[in-house]
Design a protein around this ligand. Sequence first.
Ligand SMILES: [Zn+2]
Length: 170
Amino acid sequence: MDNNGAPITPEQSKYIEQLVQELQQLEGSRRFDLTSLADTSGFTLHEARERIALLKQARDSLYAKKGRQVLKKITPGFYRREGKTYQVRPSKRGTNMYALRVTYKDGKPSGMSYERGAIYELRPLDRMSQEEFTSFANEFGNATGKCVICQRKITVQAHTGICPGCRTAI
Ligand SMILES: [Zn+2]
């Protein structure tokens, strides 16, 4: 079935806006006015797909140039982006970082799973405030009985969501 002539979907339109914002953040300058790229009024599904492909290509080539600098600004900790929660951790060798996404079951946190590439989507601004982190740690501890930082079982004060070992490390 060919529905390329159908109008742009709200998801596509939102995704295009996000990509443009991301490009603007990556550019970090006002050399280019990118806002016109977010204008998709009257677009068809097909045109939206082409715009998305173009923006992603631009984004990826910027990351190839600046990826390391962008990642440097991301520090280990907890982040929220587009309704999803992530923990950023350093790799074992400490040379890289990666992101785990918090999984939910019946509306409650159930664990964390590695999400490939998510680290590149996170921005310093997505970082949780101390208050948000405390509240999320409690929620995670209550639902899973595990430490939000190291994911080990907590035997004392599980409701805080932070095991004694990690608490002293904070
Ligand atoms: Zn812990």
